[in-house]
Write a protein that binds this ligand. Sequence first.
Ligand code: UDP
Length: 329
Amino acid sequence: MKKRVLITGAAGFLGSHLCDKFIQEGYEVIGMDNLITGDMKNISHLFEHEAFKFYHHDVTTFVHVPGTIDYILHFASPASPIDYLKIPIQTLKVGSLGTHNLLGLAKEKKARILIASTSEVYGDPLVHPQDESYYGNVNTIGPRGVYDEAKRFQESMTMAYHRFHGLETRIARIFNTYGPRMRLNDGRVIPAFIGQALRGEDLTVFGDGLQTRSFCYIDDQIEGLYRLLLSDYSLPVNIGNPEEITILDFAKEVLKLTDSDQKIVHQELPKDDPAQRQPDIALAKKLLGWEPKVSRQDGMEKTYAYFKGLTKEELFKSEHKDFSKHIRN
Ligand code: UDP
């Protein structure tokens, strides 16, 4: 009998790659998504597998799945600053109500659950690099608060189910991750820069560009998450790539990679944009024997190849996705 795994946010960037991984590893996969930010295109290739099923469902309402479930991976959430500015209440609901529903389902099915948390729980960190013992510096009422606080609540709720109900839980604190299937217009820096380069536009660096990020290639991220799920550790674990770069230097790398001669232009820095972010991954190394293997150069080449494969129409449809018809706040 194959083990059965439920993956929420299955049509999203991380979720769809997780579906691929679990199908490859011989699991039966149930993907679930309400398709607000996800895209069926990311999982259409999976429908040829008998072991893959898809439920179009919003996890902020009661989640029913017939039969047994061995593992749940909760990856449903908007995850880019522009998205959660546009759908702030949905973002809060999926991290809080959605998490509660999935924890309840995990308890009912006696399943182990892995929750996608985020480096955003550290906010604009005063400690650098960030290890799991840092409590964070988050503005609860700022524009990013809807995401950050939902994820912090999610961690508390998950630990409460673990401690009170004895549920098997895992918490991944995911740092910036990139690769094929990111949405071109989700506002995140990597699709933004590559899209601009491909359209012949100048690259928009927010602020002076001296803020840092550390970018993890999707294959490394998925391997880390997979190992964490199968580990026996229930406290939060950072999963990310510790190689840190300023956004300005990164913009220059993208110009070189894409062989573009456009300029870099500066735009206003969004509110509460963290000044620096770099994971301390000592715990993941020790616990999971895991560390990233893909260099930024290799990962960016693969990502660029993916975006080059988009149609002209997709590339020039530059407006941000319209969520209005989906929203029920
Ligand atoms: N950023 C930028 N230009 C863009 C998009 C983003 O300079 O067109 C910056 C943004 O201000 C932030 C960094 O790139 O400092 C990473 O932004 P992203 O939205 O990808 O992720 P997050 O801020 O959540 O780490």
